[in-house]
Ligand binder design. Structure first.
Ligand code: NAD
Ligand code: UDP
Length: 327
């Protein structure tokens, strides 16, 4: 580190072998911190951390946060939880346990250590929102008994726990409500829309649009998001959030499909499949709180981020083909 005055922190990142966690760890190590990554590798991949196993300030611990954890750290980022609908619906009971029991364990740890603790919450706490764009004061429109509920309600309960530990025990907490984020290291088969469309386009398979493709999402590139995490974590103790972190520029899913086809130069056709149940019809963050409190606003445009994501999946595709040929 160029900055000699930087105080090195010991930081625990749960879910650090996943898409966002591994990028967060890169940033923390770059700025000079020590990182302990805890992950049960349910959806994460150790290869996301391949470049770090010999790093002197990095340590990996395979552990399920549904069980208590006894370690010594200064700060905690709690990201552990499957994030894509097909992953979190694969074992919905485990998803709720990870969100709720996992949060209790992480909060208990933070309480003993008097450590600042960050929660990766989600725009899913708003459900299928009836106000648009979504502001933090909106309480949401969530089905408590649907296929997405294990995730949505699990994350809502985790927010409740974070706020109650803050009120009841004076815990120093930060809650980020993350909107759709994409980029390199997304799991190629996790069913999320950006990875699905890019992989389908690169393989020349049909692009699967669910419903008529008029539903909207706002896509944030991971670099912008991780920058928001670090800014939130460094705000004063009086600011707990929740704060929306996401890109406020909204696209229909059909527009996304068209952009992916154009940027990959793919001959893939667009096909229309049934819309999954409880699929939100629109989603866009109001980021005025993040702008005011964190001085944060995403910089990376969708096309720019898509180009980098396409390059990543292209490389992954070539590597897989080489491995398959060698086998
Ligand atoms: P991901 O699936 O790539 O990463 C999640 C990680 O958590 C994986 O490495 C997984 O193995 C690990 N994990 C799951 N259950 C665990 C458990 N019980 N104990 C220990 N580790 C466990 O997903 P991601 O996109 O990197 O998401 C990270 C966090 O951000 C999640 O909490 C997710 O809910 C939240 N989030 C992400 C997005 C997004 O668009 N990527 C949007 C909203 C919220
Ligand atoms: N989607 C789609 N085709 C796919 C995957 C997803 O049309 O192959 C749609 C999905 O129905 C949703 C949107 O894209 O409307 C975003 O889905 P994703 O699973 O990425 O995240 P969500 O925001 O729904 O959690």
């Amino acid at each position: 580190m160029g900055n000699n005055h930087y105080r090195r922190r010991r930081i625990l990142v749960t879910g650090g072998a996943g898409f966002l966690g591994s990028h967060l760890i890169d940033r923390l190590l770059d700025r000079g911190d020590e990182v302990l990554c805890v992950d049960n590798l349910f959806t994460g991949d150790k290869s996301n951390l391949d470049h770090l196993y010999t790093h002197p300030r990095f340590e990996f611990l395979r552990h399920d946060i549904c069980f208590p954890l006894y370690v010594e750290v200064d700060e905690i980022y709690n990201l552990a939880c499957p994030a894509s609908p097909i992953h979190y619906q694969h074992d919905p009971v485990q998803t709720t346990k990870t969100s709720v029991i996992g949060a209790i364990n992480v909060l208990g740890l933070a309480k003993r250590l008097k450590a600042r603790v960050f929660q990766a919450s989600t725009s899913e706490v708003y459900g299928d929102p009836s106000i648009h764009p979504q502001v933090e004061g909106y309480w949401g429109n969530v089905n408590p008994i649907g296929l997405r509920s294990c995730y949505d309600e699990g994350k809502r309960c985790a927010e409740t726990l974070f706020m109650d530990y803050h009120r009841q025990h004076g815990l120093d907490i930060k809650i980020a409500r993350i909107f759709n984020t994409y980029g390199p290291r997304m799991h190629p088969n996790d069913g999320r829309v950006v990875s699905n469309f890019v992989v389908q386009a690169l393989e020349g398979r049909p692009i699967t649009i669910y419903g008529d493709g008029s539903q909207t999402r706002s896509f944030c590139y991971y670099e912008d998001l991780v920058d928001g995490f670090l800014r939130l974590m460094d705000t004063g103790r009086d600011f707990t959030g929740p704060v929306n972190l996401g890109n406020p520029i909204e696209f229909t899913i059909r527009e996304l499909a068209e952009a992916v086809v154009e940027l990959t130069g793919s001959g893939s056709e667009l096909v229309y499949l049934p819309l999954p149940s409880d699929d939100p019809t629109q989603r866009r963050p109001d980021i005025s709180v993040a702008e005011a409190k964190l001085n944060w606003r995403p910089k990376v445009q969708l096309r720019e981020g898509l180009i980098k994501t396409i390059e990543y999946f292209q490389k992954l595709h070539v590597e897989t083909e080489i491995r398959n040929e060698a086998a």
